[in-house]
Write a protein that binds this ligand. Structure first.
Ligand code: PGA
Length: 242
C-alpha cells in the first residue's frame, strides 16, 4: 500500500548525547503529527539508545544477509529486529560505491530483511555519467529487477530513487524529472507484483523543497541525508508537509 514515509539517514554522524537530545526534541516537536510515517536510520551502535516508545520509527543503514557466523564487523537482521528496528536501508549508493555492495548482495539482503520482518528501503539511482548519457531508466530497471529477484511481495518494501549526482551535492533533481523516474519504477514493479509500492525520492531534499516532491503523482516520501541531522530541520521537513 502506498503511504507517505519520510526517513532520515544520518550516515556516520552524531554522538550518543546528540541522538538522545534529537529524539527528545522530535518527540516534543512532532508529537501531534498524523498521516505521515517518519523515522531515522542511526549508526548501529546507537540504535539501542533510540526511544523505542517515541514517535520516531527506528531504522538501520545496512545489515548482513546471513543469520549468524564468522562475519567480523557485520550485523544481522535478527540483531536489528531485537532493537525494535523497523526499516533498513539496502543498497545505498555510498555502500555500492565504497563497500562492494552489488545487485546480488542487495537481493540477498532484501530477502533476509523481509523474512525477519524488517522493511527494506531499497535504493536505486544513476551516476552523473549515466544521467548525462541518458541511461537513467536502463540503470534503475536493472537495479530493481535484480533487487527483487525471487521476492514474492512488495507489501512491506519501500523503494528510494536517489540519483547519485543529487546526493549531498545540493543539486536536487527537478521534481518533474524525479517523478518521471519514480513513475517508471512503479511501472516496472507493477509488471511483476500486484502490490503498489511506496516510492521515495532522495537527493538534497530539504524542508524548503520536500512539499514540492511529495505533491508529485508518483513520489510518496523522501529519504533525507543532510537535512535530517539537526532536529530543527527534521521537524521542519515533516511540518512543512502539513
Ligand atoms: P542528502 O542524502 O539528502 O544529503 O542528499 C540523501 C541520501 O544519501 O540518502
Amino acid at each position: 500500500m502506498r503511504r507517505n514515509v519520510i526517513v532520515g539517514n544520518w550516515k556516520m554522524n552524531k554522538n550518543k548525547q546528540e541522538i538522545i537530545t534529537f529524539v527528545e526534541e522530535v518527540n516534543l516537536g512532532l508529537g501531534n503529527t498524523t498521516g505521515i510515517e517518519f523515522g531515522v536510520c542511526a549508526p548501529f551502535i546507537y540504535l539501542d539508545a533510540m526511544d523505542k516508545n517515541g514517535i520516531l520509527n527506528i531504522g538501520a543503514q545496512n545489515m548482513h544477509y546471513e543469520d549468524s557466523g564468522a562475519y567480523t564487523g557485520e550485523v544481522s537482521a535478527q540483531m536489528l529486529k531485537e532493537l525494535s528496528v523497523k526499516y533498513v536501508i539496502i543498497g545505498h549508493s555510498e555502500r555500492r560505491a565504497y563497500f562492494n555492495e552489488t545487485d546480488e548482495t542487495v537481493n540477498l539482503k532484501v530477502k533476509k530483511a523481509l523474512e525477519i520482518g524488517l522493511i527494506p528501503i531499497v535504493c536505486c539511482g544513476e551516476t552523473l555519467e549515466e544521467y548525462e548519457k541518458g541511461l537513467t531508466k536502463e540503470v534503475v530497471k536493472s537495479q530493481m529487477e535484480k533487487a527483487f529477484k525471487d521476492v514474492e511481495s512488495l507489501e512491506n518494501v519501500v523503494v528510494a530513487y536517489e540519483p547519485i549526482w543529487a546526493i549531498g551535492t545540493g543539486l536536487s533533481a527537478n521534481s518533474e524529472t524525479a517523478n518521471e523516474i519514480c513513475k517508471y519504477i512503479r511501472e516496472i514493479l507493477n509488471a511483476n507484483f500486484k502490490e503498489d509500492v511506496t516510492i521515495q525520492y532522495g537527493g538534497s531534499v530539504k524542508p524548503e523543497n520536500i512539499k514540492e516532491y511529495l505533491s508529485m503523482s508518483d513520489i510518496d516520501g523522501a529519504l533525507v541525508g543532510g537535512a535530517s541531522v539537526k532536529s530543527e530541520d527534521f521537524i521542519n521537513l515533516i511540518t512543512n508537509l502539513a
